[in-house]
Design a protein around this ligand. Structure first.
Ligand SMILES: Cc1ncc(COP(=O)(O)O)c(C=O)c1O
Length: 449
């Protein structure tokens, strides 16, 4: 504990010295914004950074400090900040106005999505991942005329009440203010426990859908096996239950076809957001024509009617950004750039692990494609044991990296998202800073404590 306090004092002292303008803005923000931020996860101690701009993989704070940004706004900035083709596409809509009503770019965007995403025959646009998941669930319930949904421990599906529990190995609520009743139709299982899902589906015919995040991102980035996804696909098909892939994280990050193309397992419905809009506010729910027909006001009599409408569901700038981003992703995929990005991320993963090992410490860097999460702990952990790991060393390591000009993750988030804007030279620099931070702040003292 004494060693951690010493490391924290040194790191926070350097942080405060480097960021006086952020400190001032925090004092101002704190009186009008809870925690000085607009989202609980954006706060970190001693106070959050306030950024003034971003370009490529570099973000600049209000003190004019540059950082190599590997947090990528919690995922969306897979192309980097201010990507020229995305910026150009947004500007081109300025003559149209934001909401001209049913702009043609909406159709173009949906057409592209149906070409790229295996399960997508029809698309509905929304603004956030939370909204997309909420809509997918209502579609599933309406289509099947059943209420229950199976979710998994450690899988986050946005802010809606019915899924805000079971983020660790327990069934604990993730937030105050969520009525226990709100989760009464959500059944929860251990991820990868196919027998538990089978037994529920065999004994309960009120289940409308199974939902999962193929990266298992929020619960620690433990990923999915193709085998489990194949089994759950077979099981849900057998029991006439819909399978929903929540690809808010994995959509376009694992490739232009998302996790469903990556694992070659096609769900009935998909949700996407984040990388889809390259920083603009856009999300989708998509699926087969048959399932999506519940949203169609012209569907034949007898079709279930599911209500969904949102005032800003067809905003032209976001749709144009999305089209541009999808075209760039497609080109990058053709050029083999997704593999290069995964390789660069793997290189960083191995480097971080070995930099800690060399100093007598153990750091486990979980990786799925271009994403990493770190665990600094004497022994290797899995999802079941990760809850017992002291997070403070990781938080301090990330804050130390900020002091050295690398926003590897927000210290309290543990979310590293590498982007196409990171070149080898950036990885070289990040690696040298990892070593510098470990040595400058004496993390190796933790090895002998
Ligand atoms: C898998 C998954 N689903 C849904 C969401 C919610 O998305 P949003 O924050 O855009 O509402 C998230 C957010 O991180 C997510 O990771």
């Amino acid at each position: 504990m004494e060693i951690l306090s010493r490391i924290r004092d040194q790191i926070h002292r350097d942080f405060i010295q480097k960021t006086p303008a952020s400190k001032e803005l925090y004092a101002r923000a704190n009186s009008v914004l809870p925690g000085g931020v607009s989202g609980n996860l954006r706060f970190f101690p001693p106070y959050p950074l306030y950024m003034s701009s971003g370009s490529g993989c570099i973000v600049t704070d209000v003190d004019a400090n540059d950082y190599i940004d590997c947090f990528s706004a919690n995922g969306p900035m897979l192309l980097g900040h201010n990507h020229p083709e995305v910026v150009e596409a947004i500007s081109s809509t300025q003559t149209l106005g934001s909401l001209p009503l049913n702009p043609e770019v909406m159709i173009e965007c949906a057409e592209l999505l149906t070409e790229l995403v295996p399960c997508a025959e029809q698309v509905r646009f929304l603004n956030t991942g939370t909204e997309a998941v909420m809509t997918a669930i209502r579609i599933a319930r309406g289509f099947k005329n059943k209420d229950k949904i199976i979710k998994f421990h450690g899988h986050y599906h946005g802010q809606q009440d019915q899924f805000l529990f079971g983020m660790d190995t327990t069934d604990a609520m993730f937030s105050d203010g969520v009525p226990r009743d709100a989760v009464s139709t959500t059944l929860i299982h251990r991820y990868n426990d196919i027998d538990a899902v089978r037994s529920t589906l065999e004994s309960d015919d009120e289940v409308a859908a199974v939902i999962l995040d193929p990266a298992m991102h929020a619960g620690g980035l433990w990923g999915s096996s193709k085998e489990f996804l194949e089994k759950i696909r077979a099981l849900t098909s057998k029991h006439g239950v819909l399978l929903i892939f929540d690809e808010v994280i994995t959509g376009f990050r694992l490739g232009t076809g998302g996790a469903q193309a990556y694992f070659d397992v096609t769900p009935d419905l998909v949700t996407m957001a984040k990388a889809l809009g390259a920083g603009e506010k856009i999300a989708i729910v998509a699926g087969s024509r048959e399932v999506m027909s519940v949203l169609d006001p012209n569907a034949p009599a007898g079709t279930p009617r599911v209500f969904q409408s949102g005032t800003v569901n067809d905003g032209a700038p976001a749709l144009a950004a999305c089209v541009a981003a999808m075209r760039v992703y497609t080109e990058l995929e053709k050029q083999g750039e997704y593999e290069h990005l995964f390789d660069r991320t793997e290189r960083l993963q191995k480097f971080i692990e070995s930099a800690f090992t060399t100093r007598g410490l153990n750091c486990q860097a979980n990786r799925v494609a271009s994403m990493l999460q770190l665990y600094i702990n004497p022994v290797t952990v899995d999802f079941e044991s990760a809850g017992g790991v002291d997070y403070v060393p990781v938080e301090l390591f990330y804050t130390g990296m900020i002091n050295e000009g690398v926003l590897l993750s927000l210290p309290t988030s543990n979310h590293i998202y590498m982007s196409f804007a990171h070149e080898d030279k950036h990885i070289d620099l990040i690696e040298s800073k990892v070593e510098k931070v470990l040595d400058k702040y004496g993390f190796d003292d933790l090895a002998i404590s």
